[in-house]
Each structure stands twice: as structure tokens, then as C-alpha cells.
Ligand binder design. Structure first.
Ligand code: G3P
Length: 213
């Protein structure tokens, strides 16, 4: 299972990548806007730190605009994955991008029927947003289960990237279900390793060791 960071902060990416277990990065326009730096500059820097997939989202909502922006983004580095929204124009763009060898992450997925269409269009990654479904009292992880089953039934190669993860349980559930990727904020990534019994146990071992003859 791949673990991605959901951030455009180069500092956070450097900090998390230091442990050596970050497989990729996802960004979105809201995350990029927080950074107050030109997007291409940020993207170049992220791609120099992370060798795995780095998703960069288009902001155009018409096919030609998406294609223009996506082609520019894809030129920044070989590991850039062009992120497009799950709207009709987005799925038309995905098919065109695929024919040009540009890989797409289809984002803002909230239903299994949307995920089916994205896979048929040739998406490299589908991004269902679990946290935002939980926020409106719908079971986000149930959507992941449904998409995995549909993709498995027909052998779709589209990878399921669990997005909008809010806490470590979303990551554990994703792993239990066999999702290919989970992306998470730095705070959630940092929580994955923590357990109070590990800290207490380590402290005790070290104290006992000091007392040993
Ligand atoms: O990058 C897409 C997604 O992970 C956003 O998460 O927390 O804004 O719903 P969130």
C-alpha cells in the first residue's frame, strides 16, 4: 500500500520524507493557495524531493483549458500526475491525456457510478473523498469498498486513492480493504507511528538498562 502526503507545503514534505516512507504527494488548488508561491515553482521542488507520483490539479473546467494546463503541468517532471475534476469535461480530457501518455488522477469522486466512469475513461488514479462524506453523515469508507469491488469485478487497473483522510483509522480501514493508496495531511501521517505504550515501554527499557550491571 502506498502512503501519500496531501499537502503543498515543501517543509512538511521534507519533514515527513525524512523517515523514508512517503510514496507520493497529492496537491489541490486550496492547498497550493495556502503556500503563496508560484505553483510551478512549488511543483518542481516537490518533484525533486519525492520520486513517486505527485498530483497537480488543473483549474480550468473546459476541455481545452484542462488539456492546455495539464500538458504544461506534465512537462514539469516525469512523475507529475495531472489531476482533473470528476465532471463530463474532465472525463473527456482524461481520455485525450491517456492517448498522449499523460496519467490522470480523477478527483472529487463521491459515488461508485462516478468511479466506474472514471475507470472507463482510463484514469490512472481515482480519488474518492472519504472525510467529506463522513462530514455529511455518509459512510466514506463504504464508498471505497464499493469502488474496490467494482474495479475488481472488471479488472480495471485504475488505482483507488483514498483522499480526504482525517485520522489514522481512515488509513487502517483503507489498508484492510486493500485500497492501493491513501493520502493524508502531515498531522495524520505523523500520528500513524504513535502509540503511548511504545513510548512508556521504551522509557522503561532504557531506565532498566541503566540499572543493569
Ligand atoms: O486532496 C484532496 C483531499 O484529500 C482533500 O481533503 O480534508 O479537504 O476534504 P479535505
Amino acid at each position: 500500500m502506498k502512503l501519500f502526503l496531501d499537502t503543498a507545503s515543501v517543509q512538511e514534505i521534507r519533514d515527513a520524507a525524512a523517515m523514508g516512507l512517503v510514496d507520493g504527494v497529492t496537491t489541490n488548488p486550496s492547498l497550493v493557495a495556502k503556500e503563496q508561491k508560484p505553483f510551478n515553482e512549488i511543483l518542481k521542488e516537490i518533484c525533486s524531493i519525492i520520486k513517486g507520483d505527485v498530483s497537480a490539479e488543473v483549474t480550468a473546467i473546459d476541455v481545452d483549458g484542462m488539456l492546455k494546463q495539464g500538458r504544461e503541468l506534465a512537462k514539469v517532471a516525469d512523475n507529475v500526475i495531472v489531476k482533473v475534476p470528476l465532471i463530463k469535461e474532465g472525463l473527456v480530457a482524461v481520455q485525450k491525456f491517456k492517448s498522449e501518455g499523460i496519467r490522470c488522477n480523477v478527483t472529487l469522486c463521491f459515488s461508485p457510478s462516478q468511479a466506474l466512469l472514471a475507470a472507463k475513461a482510463g484514469a490512472y488514479i481515482i480519488s474518492p473523498f472519504v472525510g467529506r462524506l463522513d462530514d455529511i453523515s455518509e459512510d466514506g469508507m463504504n464508498l471505497i469498498q464499493q469502488i474496490l469491488q467494482i474495479y475488481n469485478n472488471y479488472g480495471f487497473e485504475t488505482q483507488v486513492l483514498v483522499a480526504s483522510c482525517r485520522h489514522p483509522l481512515h488509513i487502517v480501514d483503507s489498508a484492510m480493504m486493500g485500497a492501493h493508496i491513501a493520502t493524508m495531511p502531515f498531522k495524520v501521517y505523523d500520528q500513524l507511528i504513535k502509540h503511548p505504550l511504545t513510548d512508556i515501554g521504551l522509557q522503561k527499557f532504557l531506565e532498566d538498562w541503566k540499572k543493569a550491571k
